[in-house]
Design a protein around this ligand. Structure first.
Ligand code: NAD
Ligand code: ZN
Length: 389
């Protein structure tokens, strides 16, 4: 492939002698060119897939489907909120090329359950979905998780396409293949790893988000910056006010940067078996406890994680050598994003009980994520009691 194409896709040209490597680069150039803007690849051998960043997602989608999941019919699954705002255009563009089965499921975390899943299986069976039919998840993390799990399990797995419409879904849940549903006993208790064929991120989704949902996603963005990326952190410090003022318009480069981090982590630890993917739990230990103690009603996930990050940073001063100036910067950035910094008051017993319920805990030690400095984190197994000290 030509140097011009490589320049266009902004891939640094290196001299490669290995045919396989040359082929891989050619493939990447093609993928990036097809995406209009630069695509990013999640490299997982046979399960590798691109993330496309688009300004006009509906237009690009049919071509991307023909490329990555060719079939004559597709299933488009969304909820009424998202469908009203964005779905119709996707449906119209898809109908030019495919038979489209549209399925809407009710909006909200409380529908991320077995009943919704059973309903989906029923509709998929009636639509005569076969093992080639791609299923498109158009929505936030709830849609992505439940539709993803339906795609992972129906016929033992059918092609999945993630079209994340919230900031949380764009920088986090649509990448990495975790899918699942909640049980009455707890969140995300049933699920599977099922990587999508591709992810399509459209800039046009963010401005219609309710401001609180945008801030919720910003908590995860701040998280990536805090644990991996001092430059991104600095950029957020400078641009936070503008990001909020513009309702997320122009956020695509920052979204992309977060996706790069998530992709790199997933590549190293696809099945969450090492302590690498665990780094992404920065702020989440206390965050999950806050969500449990307030019954998922008072705070969004991002708000709970925001308080959890400040808490973890404070802990990090004594245990990981974090400078108190860094704690101040993190606290200020979280506050600037309109997110809370101080956890609500509960008794020590209540905190302990809530922390002990975290399903990711392997023993009495919590794999707690500390900050060493802005842009660098470490997982240190810590006894529960010590966390609350
Ligand atoms: N699989 C993973 O790796 C992973 C990671 C993080 C979170 N999650 C899961 O994701 C879920 C949370 O996702 P979420 O925060 O996206 O919540 P969500 O899916 O409930 O979306 C939030 C709200 O925004 C609405 N919405 C979505 N896109 C919109 C748009 N463009 N404009 C206007 N409104 C829009 C939705 O209809 C909903 O009411 C949780 O269930 C969580 O467990 C999964
Ligand atoms: Zn999170």
């Amino acid at each position: 492939l030509s140097r011009r194409a490589a320049d266009y896709a902004r891939i640094p040209l290196k001299i490669k002698t290995d045919r396989k490597e040359v082929k891989a680069i050619a493939e990447e150039i093609r993928a990036r060119l097809a995406g209009g803007s630069e695509a990013l690849t999640v490299k997982l051998k046979a399960r590798s897939y691109p993330i496309y960043f688009q300004k006009d997602g509906p237009r690009a989608l049919p071509g991307l489907l023909e490329r990555h999941a060719p079939a004559s019919q597709v299933v488009l699954i969304s909820n009424p909120t998202v469908f009203r705002l964005h779905g119709r255009r996707f449906q119209k563009e898809l109908e030019k090329k495919f038979t489209v089965h549209k399925i809407l499921i009710p909006d909200g975390e409380r529908y991320k359950n077995l009943k919704t899943l059973a309903g989906l299986y029923d509709r998929l069976a009636r639509a005569k979905v076969d093992r080639k039919t791609p299923i498109l998840a158009l929505g936030g993390g709830v849609i992505g998780d439940v539709v993803g799990f339906a795609a992972a399990s129906f016929l033992r797995g059918v092609p999945l396409v993630q079209i994340p419409t919230t900031l949380v879904a764009q920088v986090d849940s649509s990448i990495g293949g975790k899918t699942g549903i909640d049980l009455p006993q707890g969140k995300n208790l049933v699920g599977a790893f099922h990587q999508p064929r591709f992810v399509l991120i459209d800039e046009a989704f963010l401005p219609t988000l309710p401001p609180r949902q945008l801030r919720c996603g910003l908590a995860e963005v701040i998280k990536y910056a805090a644990i991996f990326d001092a430059a991104l952190f600095h950029r957020l410090e400078k641009e936070m006010a503008a990001i909020l003022k513009n309702s997320g318009r122009g956020l695509l480069p920052i979204v992309r940067r977060c996706c790069e981090w998530k992709a790199r982590v997933v590549e190293k630890d696809e099945f969450d078996a090492l302590d690498i993917r665990a780094l992404l739990n920065f702020g989440h230990t206390l965050g999950h406890a806050i969500e449990t103690l307030t019954r998922y009603r008072k705070y969004t996930h991002g708000e709970a994680v925001a308080m959890g990050m400040v808490f973890a940073a404070r802990k990090s001063v004594a245990r990981a050598g974090l400078k108190s100036r860094a704690v101040e910067r993190l606290t200020a950035l979280i506050a600037a994003a309109g997110l809370p910094t101080d956890p609500p008051a509960f008794s020590k017993r209540a905190w302990l009980a809530a922390l002990a319920r975290d399903k990711k805990r392997v023993s009495s030690l919590v794999h707690f994520v500390y900050l060493k400095r802005i842009g660098k984190a470490a997982v240190i197994p810590t006894p529960l009691e010590k966390i609350l000290e």
